[in-house]
Ligand binder design. Structure first.
Ligand SMILES: Nc1nc2c(c(=O)[nH]1)N[C@H]1C(S)=C(S)[C@@H](COP(=O)(O)OP(=O)(O)OC[C@H]3O[C@@H](n4cnc5c(=O)[nH]c(N)nc54)[C@H](O)[C@@H]3O)O[C@H]1N2
Ligand SMILES: Nc1nc2c(c(=O)[nH]1)N[C@H]1C(S)=C(S)[C@@H](COP(=O)(O)OP(=O)(O)OC[C@H]3O[C@@H](n4cnc5c(=O)[nH]c(N)nc54)[C@H](O)[C@@H]3O)O[C@H]1N2
Ligand code: SF4
Ligand SMILES: [Mo]
Length: 753
C-alpha cells in the first residue's frame, strides 16, 4: 500500500489501488489532521452493513452533501428504501467527484438510534410521545394565546442555514407575512452576517463575486481567517492540487494559528487575534507606496480613493507590525506578491466574521481587491466562503430578521409592497422594523418579552455564546418548541414540544452553495414513519393557524416557483433556474434570468456595482481591539474554531466512530511559554476560566498558537461531557453592524484542574 504525501503533509489516498475494505479500515486510523483525495474511479462509500453484505444499490440519486458550503455534488445509493452508499458526482463543478470523510460517511446519519419518529410533549417534567395532531394543535394554540395576550412580537423563530431554500421561504412568509412578526433569525447570524455586511457596504449587494472555477485561473491565493483544509476540505484540496501542478502559484495565509492550511502557504502571516484591519491597511499602504495602484483606473470604478489613501498613511508596515505581531518584512513581501499578481482570489471565513469588527475586516479585504483590480476578472475576487450548506439560500429567501425574499429589506416600503403583492397579503402586515437578531432575541426572552420560541435545525445550547446564560434562558421560556432530527440534543432537553423532522436524503428542495450555485437535493428515501419534512410541518402549522389560503402548495417545487417570482429582476434572479433544469444539470449559479441563460460564473465583469452611482466603495476602517481583551486577571486571549472530522455540535458526526474517534474529547492548545509559566504539561487536565464560565480540558502544549493566545475547538456540548463547551467561556458581544458574535476573542485564565 503506497501513500503519496503532498507537500503539505496531508495524505493522498490512491483509492483505486486499495480495496474498499482496506480503505474502510484505514479510515478508522486517520486522525483529524488528515485530508483526503479520492482519486477518480472508486469514490463510493457504503454503510458498514452494505459493505459487509456486499449490497449493491438499486438506484442512484444525484444530490448534494448537507454539510459545508463547499456544496459537493454526490449520488445517494438506495436499496429497498434505505440509503446504503454515497459517491461523489464527477460532473459537479464544486467537487468534481471528490468528497471528504464527512460526506463519505453520510449514510450512517439516517439510522442512528436516537432518530426522532414521533412528536414529544413535556408533561409533568417528562417527555411523552404524542400524535402529530396533538403536537400541532398545542403549538398553534400556545402561539395564538401568547400573541393574543402579549402581541405578535412575543413569539419568535430561530432557524437554520441547514434548511432548504423552500423551507426558509415558507417559514418567513408565515412569520413576516401572516403572523406579522419579523422575529425570525437564524444561525447564519453567527456565521455569515459580517461578510454580508461587508459585501453590501463595499459592493452594494450580498453574494460573492467569484466562482470555484476561478481557483484554477488564479495565480495567487490570499486565504484569511479560513482553515480551508479542515472546514472546506475539497476546495482546499483543489487549491493544493493546482499549486502542486503549477509551481508559480502563491499561497498567502493569514491566521493566528499554524493550521493544516498554513502548511501549503508560501507566507503565513501569524497575526494576533483580531488585528486584521491593521494588517490589511498596511498592505494597502505598501500597494500605494510601491505604485501598484493604478489610481486613475481605480477611481473610475470606486468611491473614496483619496480618503482611503489619506487614512492608511499612518498604517506603515512598522506601525502594523507593532499591532499585529507580523514582521514588517512579511507585510511588505505580501503586498508585493499581491500587487504583482495577475489574478488573486481572496478566500475569507470566520476568522474575519467572528469579530466585533467583522464587517470592517471584510471591507478592508475588499479594499485590497478593488485597489489591485482583483475583481470581476478570471481567477480574481473577494470570496466569502459559506459555512453552512445553505446560508446563501437562507439570505436569498429572506431568512434573517431584517430581510425579505430577493435580498430585500423589511425597512424598505417598496420592498414590502413588492413581496406582499406576491404573497397576496396586505402590505401593512409586514412590520417595517427589523426583528430581533438571535442574541437580542435571547436577551428579550431572558426579560420575559419573548414567551414563545420555535427553534428549528440549530443547537444554541452548544453553539451560541455564553451557553450558561443560554441554558438559563431556555429553561425560562414559557413555551419552547424544538424541531430536530434526533432527541435529545443539548437544546431539545429544555423543550415543551419536540417535533421530528425529515433530513438529508429524505426531502426535496434546493441549496445555494458558496459560489452562488443553486443545486437540487433529492428525496432518495422516505423519512422514518412519524417524521415530516420541515416544509410540511411549516405548511401544516400555517393551515392550522388559519392562513391556509397563502399556503396552497402541492410540494417543494410549487414553493420554489413562488420564491422564483420574488427573485425576478433582483440581483439574485433565479427565474431561469427550474427543477427540470436542475434535474439535468448539476448546479446553476445565479443570477440566471431566463431558462436559456447558463447562469453567471463571475459578477462585476463590467466593474459596475450595486451602489447608487454604480461604483464600489473603498472604505476607510480603523483597527479596533476585541471587546474583551486580556488583562492581569484574565491574561490570555481565547480563539475557537473547527476540526476536520467534526461537524458543528456533533449531533451527526459525533455518532460516527470513524469521525469522532479522531478527537473524542475537547482540548486546549497552549503555547509552550505560557505552559511553562503555568507549569502545565501536555496531557494534563486544566481549568480554563472566563468571566462567564469555565471548562476542564486536556492541555496540548504546542507552538501552533502564539504566546498569550489559546485555541479550543467549539464542537463539544454537555451531552458529550460536562464542562467541555468552548461557549461556556465566550463573550456574547457582537459587531454593531452585523450583530454577529465575537466568538474568536475573549479573555481567559488557566489554572491547574
Ligand atoms: N469540519 C468542519 N467543517 C465545517 C464546519 C464544521 O463544523 N466542521 N462548519 C462549517 C461552518 S458553519 C463554517 S462557518 C465554516 C467555518 O470555517 P473556518 O472559518 O475556516 O473555520 P474556523 O475554524 O471557525 O476559523 C478559521 C480560522 O480563523 C482563525 N482566526 C481566529 N481569529 C482570527 C483573526 O482575528 N483573524 C484571522 N485572520 N483569523 C483568525 C482561526 O485560528 C481558524 O484557524 O466551516 C464550515 N465547515
Ligand atoms: N465558540 C464558537 N462557537 C461557534 C462557532 C465558532 O467558531 N466558535 N461557530 C458558529 C457558527 S459559524 C455556526 S454556523 C454555528 C452552528 O451551530 P448550530 O446551528 O447549533 O449547528 P448544528 O450542530 O449543525 O445544528 C443543527 C441542528 O439541526 C439538526 N438537523 C440536521 N438536519 C436537520 C433537518 O433537516 N431539519 C431539522 N429540523 N433539524 C436538522 C441537527 O441534529 C442539529 O441539532 O455555531 C456557531 N458557534
Ligand atoms: S467538503 Fe463540505 S460539502 Fe464537500 S463532502 Fe466535505 S463536508 Fe461535504
Ligand atoms: Mo457557520
Amino acid at each position: 500500500m503506497k501513500y503519496e504525501s503532498t507537500n503539505n503533509g496531508s495524505l493522498l489516498f490512491p483509492l483505486d489501488s486499495i480495496s474498499r475494505r482496506d480503505f474502510m479500515k484505514r479510515v478508522a486510523f486517520v486522525g483529524a489532521a488528515a485530508t483526503f483525495t479520492l482519486s477518480t474511479g472508486l469514490k463510493v462509500f457504503e454503510t458498514a452493513e452494505a459493505a459487509e453484505k456486499n449490497i449493491q444499490p438499486d438506484s442512484w440519486h444525484l444530490s448534494l452533501c448537507p454539510y459545508c458550503g463547499a456544496g459537493c455534488g454526490l449520488y445517494i445509493g438506495e436499496k429497498a428504501g434505505k440509503v446504503v452508499a454515497v459517491k461523489g458526482a464527477d460532473e459537479h463543478p464544486a467537487n468534481k467527484g471528490y468528497l471528504c470523510m464527512k460526506g463519505l460517511l453520510l449514510p450512517q446519519i439516517l439510522y442512528f438510534k436516537d432518530r426522532l419518529t414521533t412528536p414529544l410533549i413535556k408533561k409533568d417534567g417528562k417527555m411523552k410521545e404524542a400524535s402529530w395532531d396533538e403536537a400541532i394543535d398545542l403549538l398553534v394554540s400556545k402561539f395564538k394565546k401568547i400573541i393574543q395576550d402579549n402581541g405578535k412580537d412575543a413569539v419568535a423563530f430561530y432557524e437554520s442555514a441547514q434548511l432548504l431554500t423552500e423551507e426558509h421561504y415558507v417559514l418567513n412568509k408565515l412569520a413576516k407575512g401572516c403572523i406579522g412578526t419579523n422575529n425570525v433569525d437564524a444561525n447564519a447570524r453567527l456565521c455569515m452576517a459580517s461578510a454580508v455586511g461587508g459585501m453590501i457596504t463595499s459592493l452594494g449587494k450580498d453574494g460573492p463575486p467569484a466562482n470555484y472555477s476561478d481557483i484554477e485561473l488564479a495565480d495567487c491565493f490570499f486565504i484569511t481567517g479560513a482553515n480551508m483544509a479542515e472546514a472546506h476540505p475539497v476546495l482546499y484540496q483543489r487549491i493544493a492540487d493546482y499549486k502542486s501542478r503549477k509551481k508559480s502559484v502563491i499561497v498567502i495565509v493569514v491566521d493566528p494559528r499554524k493550521t493544516i492550511t498554513t502548511d501549503i502557504a508560501d507566507v503565513h502571516l501569524k497575526l494576533h487575534c483580531g488585528t486584521d484591519i491593521a494588517l490589511y491597511n498596511a498592505i494597502a499602504h505598501v500597494l500605494f507606496k510601491e505604485k501598484f495602484v493604478d489610481e486613475a483606473k481605480v477611481a473610475s470604478y470606486t468611491n473614496g480613493l483619496e480618503e482611503l489613501k489619506l487614512h492608511i498613511e499612518k498604517y506603515t508596515p512598522e506601525y502594523a507590525a507593532n499591532i499585529t505581531g507580523v514582521k514588517k518584512e512579511d507585510i511588505i513581501k505580501t503586498a508585493m506578491m499581491l500587487g504583482s499578481a495577475r489574478a488573486a482570489l481572496y478566500f475569507c471565513c470566520m476568522g474575519l466574521n467572528h469579530s466585533s469588527v467583522g464587517v470592517w475586516k471584510n471591507n478592508a479585504i475588499i479594499n485590497l481587491c478593488l485597489l489591485t483590480g482583483h475583481i470581476g476578472k478570471p481567477g480574481a475576487g473577494y470570496f466569502s466562503l459559506t459555512g453552512q450548506p445553505n446560508a446563501m439560500g437562507l439570505r436569498e429567501a429572506g431568512g434573517l430578521s431584517h430581510l425579505l425574499p430577493g435580498h430585500r429589506l423589511v425597512e424598505n416600503e417598496v420592498h414590502r409592497n413588492e413581496i406582499a403583492a406576491i404573497w397576496g397579503v396586505d402590505p401593512k402586515i409586514i412590520a417595517p422594523k427589523p426583528g430581533k437578531n438571535v442574541l437580542d432575541l435571547f436577551r428579550a426572552a431572558d426579560k420575559g418579552d419573548i414567551k414563545g420560541l420555535w427553534i428549528i435545525g440549530t443547537n444554541p445550547a452548544v453553539s451560541l455564546t455564553d451557553v450558561n446564560w443560554v441554558i438559563k434562558v431556555l429553561q425560562k421560556i414559557e413555551f419552547l418548541v424544538v424541531q430536530d432530527i434526533y432527541y435529545p440534543t443539548e437544546t431539545s432537553k429544555f423543550a415543551h414540544l419536540v417535533l421530528p423532522a425529515a433530513q438529508w436524503a429524505e426531502k426535496l428542495g434546493t441549496f445555494t452553495n458558496s459560489d452562488r450555485t443553486v443545486n437540487l437535493l433529492k428525496a432518495a428515501v422516505k423519512p422514518p414513519a412519524g417524521a415530516k419534512s420541515d416544509l410540511d410541518i411549516f405548511i401544516e402549522v400555517a393551515h392550522k393557524m388559519g392562513y391556509g389560503n397563502y399556503f396552497q402548495f402541492k410540494g417543494p417545487e410549487d414553493v420554489y416557483n413562488e420564491w422564483k417570482r420574488c427573485s425576478k429582476g433582483t440581483d439574485v434572479d433565479v427565474s431561469g433556474i427550474t427543477y427540470a433544469r436542475l434535474e439535468k444539470q448539476v448546479g446553476i449559479p445565479w443570477p440566471c434570468p431566463s431558462e436559456d441563460h447558463q447562469g453567471t460564473l463571475r459578477r462585476y465583469t463590467h466593474f459596475k456595482f450595486y451602489t447608487p452611482n454604480g461604483k464600489a466603495n473603498l472604505l476607510a476602517r480603523d483597527h479596533k481591539e476585541p471587546l474583551e481583551v486580556p488583562d492581569s486577571e484574565y491574561p490570555l486571549c481565547l480563539n475557537t474554531g473547527r476540526l476536520f472530522d467534526h461537524w458543528m455540535t456533533l449531533t451527526r458526526t459525533g455518532k460516527i466512530p470513524q469521525l469522532i474517534n479522531s478527537s473524542p474529547e475537547s482540548y486546549v492548545e497552549i503555547h509552550p511559554d505560557d505552559a511553562q509559566r503555568l507549569a502545565i504539561k501536555s496531557g494534563v487536565h486544566v481549568n480554563v476560566i472566563s468571566r462567564r464560565g469555565d471548562v476542564i480540558l486536556k492541555a496540548k502544549v504546542t507552538d501552533t498558537v502564539t504566546k498569550g493566545e489559546i485555541f479550543i475547538p467549539f464542537h463539544y456540548g454537555y451531552l458529550y461531557k460536562e464542562k467541555q463547551a468552548a461557549n461556556l467561556l465566550t463573550n456574547p458581544a457582537y459587531d454593531p453592524g452585523s450583530k454577529e458574535p465575537e466568538y474568536k476573542a475573549c479573555a481567559v485564565k488557566i489554572e491547574k484542574a
